[in-house]
Write a new protein. Structure first.
Length: 65
């Protein structure tokens, strides 16, 4: 009886892990599509993301080793 319960327990664990992985993958795919059209927090709606500005170039210049 102990072996049968152990097998069922392993099966339930593997089923749960598989279902969790599938749910995570679905959430990542759905989340990626939803975020494409939204503007960055605190950014302008027409913002194009990363931009190399004077202060960024200054940081790169001072961070060189």
């Amino acid at each position: 009886m102990v072996q049968k319960n152990a097998k069922l327990s392993r099966r339930n664990f593997l089923l749960t892990v598989g279902a969790g992985g599938a749910a995570t993958a679905a959430a990542v795919v759905a989340g990626g599509k939803a975020l494409k059209g939204t503007p960055a927090a605190g950014g302008k709606p027409g913002s194009r993301g990363y931009q190399e500005t004077a202060h960024v170039n200054n940081y790169y210049r001072t961070a060189k080793v």
